[in-house]
Design a protein around this ligand. Structure first.
Ligand SMILES: Cc1ncc(COP(=O)(O)O)c(C=O)c1O
Length: 324
């Protein structure tokens, strides 16, 4: 990856002439069966650009209460996009399509009109759960009937693609806009993309500039992203298997159901455990195992390309000792 970065031809992407960025954007748009894509520095910026594309100021977004766009983007939809958000109670990937349909408020009434629905694939706080293709298609039908847009926060859509074998373009065509990240399971140091129609992406380019996300000789980062896509996508099966192994090893401690772990995230429910999440994370870190405390009693383990099977066994044994 470093080699690809060093040798990448670059231009000035604010002027739209960085060849490596152009090539990455075309490639990713094609992967998802869309016309165009836009490189952004972060997944948060990609999501926020997409939300501004599909929800005009004063309009409403429907999303899960645990969604990244609701929970971790610091109110950006409201603060930057003037977007009003209403949530459904999240239960990971088990979306209740009928309930979401019933939440949609049409325009023409004295209430905030719903303009878009956002889903997260895979679902981060849902422990990397994968939303089924059938559910997504059901949601598309609902969106079409109501005349609202559908956005996918696809930071980890690669993992859903690998876990369920659904082609990326099949996912892509369901949504009006997607955000996808190269910097998570795929292992690039930085970079996400907004994917959509040529018209939407032309507008996205202006929103990105307004947000301060116009980047200059950024082909060096696009090259890292392209390397990640070409070399690190198929190998996600390894991360999924290792996450499964961790879950199996920790299931006897009553903190995770191994059968629920299908991708690279292992959520630990510590509600009955003797240690809370920050204490467990601190104790594990002292023993060389880094985990994230997501909530007082929820921790998250992530498997990724810098780990070996031995690392996974060591993590399982350290965490097992701390939890027993
Ligand atoms: C589901 C999801 N969407 C979006 C993001 C935002 O990505 P970034 O940290 O690059 O802004 C994250 C980050 O963890 C995420 O988990």
């Amino acid at each position: 990856m470093r080699e690809a970065m060093v040798t990448a031809p670059v231009g000035d992407d604010v002027f739209g002439d960085d060849p490596t960025v152009i090539s990455l954007e075309r490639h990713v748009a094609g992967l998802f069966g869309h016309e165009a894509a836009l490189f952004t520095p972060s997944g948060t910026m990609a999501n926020q650009i997409a939300l501004q594309l599909v929800v005009p100021r004063g309009g409403e977004l429907l999303a899960g209460g645990d969604a990244h766009v609701v929970t971790y983007e610091l109110g950006a939809a409201a603060a930057l996009g003037g977007i009003s958000t209403r949530t459904w109670p999240d239960v990971g990937a088990a979306l209740d399509v009928e309930r979401i349909a019933a939440m949609i408020r049409p325009a023409g009434y004295p209430s905030v009109p719903t303009r878009a629905i956002a889903v997260e694939q895979t679902h981060n706080l849902g422990g990397g759960a994968v939303i089924s293709l059938e559910t997504l298609r059901g949601l598309r039908t609902v969106a079409d009937e109501a005349g609202v847009a559908l956005h996918c926060d696809g930071a980890r859509i690669w993992h859903a693609h690998i876990a369920d074998g659904v082609p990326l373009d099949v996912y892509g065509r369901i949504f009006d806009t997607l955000s996808v990240c190269l910097s998570k399971g795929l292992g690039a140091p930085v970079g996400s993309l907004v994917v959509g129609s040529a018209e939407k992406i032309a507008e996205a380019r202006l929103i990105r500039k307004r947000l301060g996300g116009g980047m200059r000789q950024v082909g060096i980062l696009a090259a890292a992203g392209r390397h990640a896509l070409d070399h690190h996508l198929a190998r996600l099966t390894v991360d999924h298997a290792r996450a499964g192994r961790l879950a199996e090893a920790l299931e006897p401690f009553g903190v995770v159901e191994a059968a629920q772990v299908r991708t690279n995230l292992v959520p630990l429910d510590l509600s009955e455990a003797k240690l809370d999440a920050p204490t467990l994370a601190a104790a594990a870190a002292e023993r060389g195992v880094l985990i994230a405390a997501m909530l007082p009693r929820t921790a998250r383990l992530v498997t990724h390309l810098d780990l070996s099977d031995e690392d996974v066994e060591q993590a399982a044994s350290v965490l097992g000792e701390l939890l027993s």
